[in-house]
Design a protein around this ligand. Structure first.
Ligand code: DLL
Length: 434
């Protein structure tokens, strides 16, 4: 359902006009109120008056995670602290957490954006939505909670973890929509199976899954195991949390809430803006955030943008699945490869479970001659004769080589030996952590 047709199906020229109006206001606001931005603008020799068209965006400086660290905790705020009503946070890459304050206006906007996000994914007010994203500083829990309530769905705020109880509630309360990370969806399936429950026999029909990278193959696995449609949802703490983009049931890219977020794809090396269709780093400028607007935030997420109208009628630009983060790219004998590509190849092979670990030697800064991949094999295969295991190992090695061009050492492990995590899965691990 299109919850907000006025914005979601707005003709592009009108949408761009709205974006420009909002951009001008935000740029002026941060310049006047946030010393960090004023300084950064001055260094680039740009003032708010230079922003006359959307193309002028490229004149503005980028913001990065490091700027959050340097201005920790409140240095990027554009309103007095008394106007903030909530804080969310995520772990930074360099010690200090990322802090994001929200005004009441921000909380309201976000709830509306999330209601729209859930509606786009196919949720209605008649759904029973079990929210298994973690509640707390993480944006997943409260973000989905507020959006689902705004939509009028019945929310079960289980948070993540306590999986047996989740299954019990899911069955007894007639959950129709589950919201959690893709890896937690698999844990739900595994735990249900242990309890003798087939999730395909429950009322569960839809999963709105995100917060971590996952492949198309992983989607197929989840849809099959849980008997649901699995929809991809994307967002990040620095710009709001979940709600930046989401797929509609056509599953052909995530619609960006462009009336709130102005997006670009850039070349991560040069910072140059890329044309539609080319893979690059997603950069987001918030158009409506009050407490802590961000200008040209470099997400590190690699995506491509598609402006073609979608069959669903929405005119908003779609972004592809995140294929990797510019900082988690592995280099194996000079070949660049993202963990998600490895996942795609693994899960295409029969007899393999969607649980794996990529073991790297960080001493060599992600550069190695050979990669080690641990992967769980299915029950049937594991109990079978040695020969089958060897065949599988060989097959995986040759697929890695022929599809990705990398040499990988494959270690087949027993089902359920790789550690499960209830939030975001950790797929790449340093040898020293083993
Ligand atoms: O993960 C917000 C969120 C919550 C999104 C619930 C979706 C659902 P952070 O913890 O700040 O925020 O992590 C943001 O997670 O830059 C991506 O690298 C990654 N990420 C988020 N969604 C996806 C997705 C939340 N659908 C970082 N696919 C982002 C791939 C994703 N990566």
């Amino acid at each position: 359902m299109i919850r907000d047709p006025e914005h979601e199906t707005m003709p592009r020229p009108e949408l761009e006009k709205l974006q420009l109006e909002r951009l001008k206001v935000k740029v002026r606001e941060v310049y006047d109120r946030v010393p960090f931005y004023r300084r950064a603008f001055k260094e680039k020799g740009v003032t708010p008056d230079d922003i006359q068209t959307l193309a002028d965006l490229t004149k503005l400086p980028f913001t990065s995670k490091l700027d959050f660290r340097d201005n920790y905790p409140y240095g990027l705020m554009a309103v007095p602290l008394e106007q903030a009503v909530r804080i969310h946070s995520s772990s930074g890459t360099t010690g200090k957490p990322i802090i994001v304050p929200y005004t009441q206006g921000d909380v309201d906007t976000w709830a509306e954006v999330m209601a729209r996000t859930l509606a786009t994914a196919g949720t209605t007010k008649d759904d029973v939505l079990q929210n298994a994203y973690g509640y707390g500083l993480f944006t997943g829990g409260l973000g989905f909670h507020d959006g689902a309530e705004r939509l009028g769905a019945l929310v079960i705020p289980t948070s993540s973890g306590n999986t047996k109880r989740q299954i019990l509630l899911l069955q007894d309360l007639g959950t129709t929509v589950i919201t959690c990370t893709p890896s937690y969806a698999l844990i739900l399936h595994e735990t249900a199976r242990d309890m003798g429950i087939d999730l395909r026999d429950t009322r569960l029909r839809l999963g709105v899954l995100g917060a971590e990278p996952w492949s198309e193959q992983m989607r197929e696995d989840i849809e099959e195991r849980l008997g649901i449609m699995a929809i991809n949802v994307y967002g990040l703490t620095e710009v709001i949390g979940p709600g930046v983009s989401v797929e509609c049931p056509h599953k052909c890219g995530m619609h960006i809430a462009e009336d709130h977020f102005l997006v670009e794809a850039i070349d991560p090396e040069t910072g140059e803006q890329l044309p539609y269709g080319e893979a690059g780093e997603l950069v987001v400028t918030t158009l409506t955030k009050e407490a802590q607007p961000v200008i040209r935030f470099r997400t590190r997420d690699i995506i491509s943008l598609n402006p073609e109208p979608c069959e669903c009628g929405r005119t908003m630009v779609r972004m592809s699945r995140v294929t990797g983060r510019s900082d988690d790219m592995l280099i194996v004998r000079g070949v660049n490869v993202f963990p998600s590509q490895i996942e795609s190849v693994l899960l295409d092979v029969e007899g393999v479970e969607p649980h794996y670990l990529i073991v790297v030697d960080r001493q060599h800064a992600f550069k190695s001659d050979e990669l080690e991949i641990w992967v769980e094999v299915s029950e049937g295969v594991f109990s079978d004769e040695m020969q089958k295991m060897e065949g599988l190992e060989k097959r995986l090695r040759s697929e890695m080589d022929s599809v990705l061009g990398i040499a990988a050492r494959i270690k087949l492990v027993e089902p359920r030996t790789i550690e499960r995590t209830e939030g975001k899965a950790k797929r790449v691990i340093d040898r020293s952590e083993l």
